[in-house]
Design a protein around this ligand. Structure first.
Ligand SMILES: C[S@@+](CC[C@H](N)C(=O)[O-])C[C@H]1O[C@@H](n2cnc3c(N)ncnc32)[C@H](O)[C@@H]1O
Length: 248
């Protein structure tokens, strides 16, 4: 079992299989439609996708958007570029937490990637330096309160289902195994936990103000004798959080 740095270079094949061409279930049902609604992309706008992975957002936006996908994992950028014939689309293999100089940008999307980047402050600093004065940044997170890998879980007690959490305030670096039952091919990617206030802090410290926060629940439905209980709690505990921030 090898340990990666924050790049998903070595777990690229595994992640590409999960996401596929149109995205995984939550991409398709929740993340992409809501992200597009919040981004409000207009013809000819310049969009940067930070931690773009294998390019699932690029395949979902209108064709006339000037798009740049940045990711540290060359293996994922290779997948993204292979199928992308749009002349308005470009890709860059780079560490988004280190200074990257770009021209002025209308919108930045950081979808499910900020919690995989070791130094998120540097990412927001970059975003702030790229954005036009009317620009916006959209950050989509695994909900930082309810989904802390290895530290949040479901529990059943007294005929009710509960979300239990044993860690929240302190930052954590959490190794995630790609194939825990296949030790030969198993690779590690890193997830970083921060409390919600941390995300507000790195935005405001970089001169951004939060415009909107949304929390998105799963639309899945259970079957079987526990369905009512499971559906009730699923509608109460959000999976994802979206933050839209603009220049203050
Ligand atoms: C969970 S994937 C999300 C990819 C894509 N946004 C999606 O929704 O499928 C997280 C991505 O962040 C990338 N990443 C991690 N550290 C990075 C860094 N320092 N700079 C740029 N990308 C990074 C990883 O390589 C990986 O592709």
């Amino acid at each position: 079992m090898k340990r990666n740095d924050s790049s998903w270079q070595k777990v690229g094949g595994w992640y590409n299989k999960i996401v596929g061409e149109k995205g995984h279930y939550y991409h398709q049902k929740i993340i992409l439609p809501n992200s597009l609604r919040l981004l409000q992309l207009r013809k000819g706008e310049r969009l940067v996708d930070v931690g773009c992975g294998q390019g699932v957002l690029a395949r979902s936006i209108p064709a006339d958007i000037d798009y740049l996908g940045i990711d540290l994992a060359k293996s994922l950028i290779d997948v993204a570029t292979k199928e992308d014939k749009n002349p308005h689309h470009h890709y860059l293999v780079a560490d988004a937490s280190k200074e990257i100089k770009l021209g002025m940008i209308d919108k930045v999307a950081v979808i499910l990637s900020l919690q995989n980047i070791k130094k998120p402050f540097g990412v927001i600093k970059n975003c702030r330096s790229w954005l036009k004065s009317s620009g916006k940044i959209l950050i989509v997170l695994n909900h930082p309160t309810f989904r802390i890998p290895k530290h949040a879980d479901w529990m059943e007690k007294d005929g009710r289902q509960w979300r239990i959490i044993d860690h929240y305030m302190q930052p954590l670096e959490i190794p995630i195994e790609s194939s825990p039952f296949d030790k030969k091919n198993n690779q590690i990617s890193l997830s970083f936990h921060y409390p919600l206030s941390f995300f507000a802090e790195i935005l405001t410290d970089n001169g951004m103000v939060i415009e909107t926060i949304e929390e998105w629940v799963s639309d899945k439905k259970s079957t079987g004798i526990k369905a009512t209980m499971e559906d009730k709690v699923r509608a109460e505990i959000p999976l994802f959080m979206a933050i839209v921030a603009k220049i203050g």
